[in-house]
Ligand binder design. Structure first.
Ligand code: AMP
Length: 216
């Protein structure tokens, strides 16, 4: 099962991707997580990506396309994958078509998680992420049992640099201009399934499972 998760910043892509990983046993490919890891390790890629990420802008297409191409060729993607946060531009979507064609694969479904803009800002400024395992919390809707500490691994929770309110506004603007057109791109291919992202985490996952059970 080869999937794409679409949705604005804070729509719940990462959270739902992790639930899909545990139920369907396919890897999550999050370009955001891969870039944050490169930033933390201060690799050449990380240094280049950081300045764009801190401004809430997109990292150049060639950079992200290169990372995804390498990742999709790994053996664990044989049984399927979930792309989370990629593609984000039309150029990335076209490059993905080419990569998949070369690998003899195709996308089965594009899950579009829709959340209104005012809700997105509220969600993101309260988001906290585990430094160690990447688990995501919300200070009000999904708080950790012990403040500042991950329930799953005990790691330290932090606020992503790009989750500050000013940067979130820019990320929403970028999403509307560059990523939203992809809904149309994939709708024309008959691949889009819309999900109401304002429901609870479990409620959204129920909707997603109904869609995915057709492909599993
Ligand atoms: P995310 O964790 O998906 O919200 O991504 C965080 C940031 O990483 C984005 O605001 C971008 O700066 C960068 N990024 C992640 N995925 C992509 C992508 N597919 N194309 C360009 N930039 C990306």
């Amino acid at each position: 099962m080869n999937l794409i998760l679409l949705g604005g910043p804070g729509a719940g892509k990462g959270t739902q991707a992790k639930l899909i990983v545990s139920k369907y046993n396919i890897p999550q490919i999050s370009t955001g997580d891969m870039l944050r890891e490169a930033v933390a390790k201060q690799t050449e890629l990380g240094k280049k990506a950081k300045e764009y990420m801190d401004r809430g802008e997109l990292v150049p297409d060639e950079v992200v396309i290169g990372i995804v191409k390498e990742r999709l060729a790994q053996p664990d993607c044989e049984k399927g994958f979930i792309l989370d946060g990629f593609p984000r531009t039309l150029k990335q979507a076209e490059a993905l078509d080419k990569i998949l064609e070369e690998l003899g694969k195709k996308i089965d479904a594009v899950i579009n998680i829709a959340v209104p803009e005012d809700e997105i800002v509220k969600r993101i400024v309260n988001r906290r992420t585990c430094k160690k395992c990447g688990a995501v919390y919300h200070l009000i809707y999904n708080p950790p049992k012990e403040p500042g500490k991950c329930d799953k691994c005990g790691g330290e929770l932090y606020q992503r640099d790009d989750d500050k309110e000013e940067t979130v506004k820019e990320r929403i603007r970028v999403y509307k201009a560059q990523t939203e057109p992809l809904i149309d791109y994939y709708s024309k291919k008959g691949l889009v399934y819309n999900v109401d992202g304002t429901k609870s985490i479990e409620g959204v996952f129920e909707e997603i499972k109904k869609i995915l059970d057709k492909f599993a």
